[in-house]
Ligand binder design. Structure first.
Ligand code: 13P
Length: 256
């Protein structure tokens, strides 16, 4: 069976619980979402995680956290374990987003420890990789993302490595002032990510693209052969944005 095409959004540090509930209510009311050929996901902040997971429990939309700690439990003030994320009803956890690498000092080794914790808790890790603006060049970027992806999967048996989703998110493409990667550039780097981890996962991994995805570029990105999903920030922070992208992308990936 063909793998689903992924489409989802991380809300970053946005939304109160009532805003999160309103977002979920809009998604639940969109009866066509369930039949679209997409695996949808939403990553709310921790404060809304349990409520969003409960609100979307009867939908096919997956819910996940944006981070977790590497330890099972203990004296880690202010942190959240993978088990606690799972206990909220989440099934996914985003790890190694460039904002966490840049602002919270997350290293490849630390992200690898978090991947292991997530897998032990039964979560699907969604690991972000991507080159900086200084490395924006097909050759330099390929080296960086290969290192990041291989380190994320280091020490895993192939069956576990195959459970890890990857997201290619070039740092220069993300957020305000970001410039989306061209479909051809993203496709080329995503192909190199897949080649880089083939021996570790025993199969070609699922690799999403993220970074300034919007209604103007989503279809062209989705049509690229190495792009298995889209990971959206700003353009899907309103439910209408996610719905519009889902309908647009579903129409082009059917039969991909
Ligand atoms: P934007 O879509 O707002 O650029 O954010 C992308 C992102 O960080 C997804 O993880």
């Amino acid at each position: 069976m063909a793998r689903p095409f992924w489409l989802g959004t991380g809300w970053k540090m946005n939304k109160t619980r009532s805003e999160a509930a309103a977002y979920c209510a809009t998604l639940e009311a969109a009866s066509d979402l369930a039949v679209l050929p997409l695996q949808l996901f939403v990553l709310p902040p921790f404060t809304a995680l349990a409520e969003v997971a409960a609100a979307l429990a009867d939908t096919p939309i997956m819910v996940g956290a944006q981070n977790c700690h590497w330890a099972e439990a203990g004296a880690w003030t202010g942190e959240i374990s993978a088990g606690q994320v799972a206990d909220c009803g989440a099934t996914l956890v985003e790890l190694g987003h460039s904002e966490r690498r840049a602002h919270f000092g997350e290293t490849d080794a630390l992200i690898n420890a978090k991947v292991k914790a997530a897998l032990s808790a039964g979560l699907t890790p969604l690991v972000c990789v991507g080159e900086t603006a200084e490395e924006r060049d097909l050759d330099a970027a390929a080296v960086t993302v290969a290192r990041q992806a291989r380190m994320a999967l280091s020490g895993l048996v192939p069956a576990d490595a195959a459970r890890v989703l990857l997201a290619y998110e070039p740092v220069w493409a993300i957020g305000d002032g970001g410039e989306p990667a061209t479909p051809a550039y993203a496709n080329a780097i995503q192909g190199s990510i897949k080649n880089a981890v083939l021996d570790l996962a025993g199969q070609s991994p699922t690799v999403l693209y993220g970074g300034s995805v919007n209604p103007g570029n989503a279809e062209a990105l989705a049509l690229e052969p190495e792009i298995d999903g889209l990971f959206v920030g700003r353009a899907a922070w309103q439910p209408a944005g996610l719905l519009a992208l889902a309908r647009q992308v579903a129409a082009v990936v059917e039969g991909k």
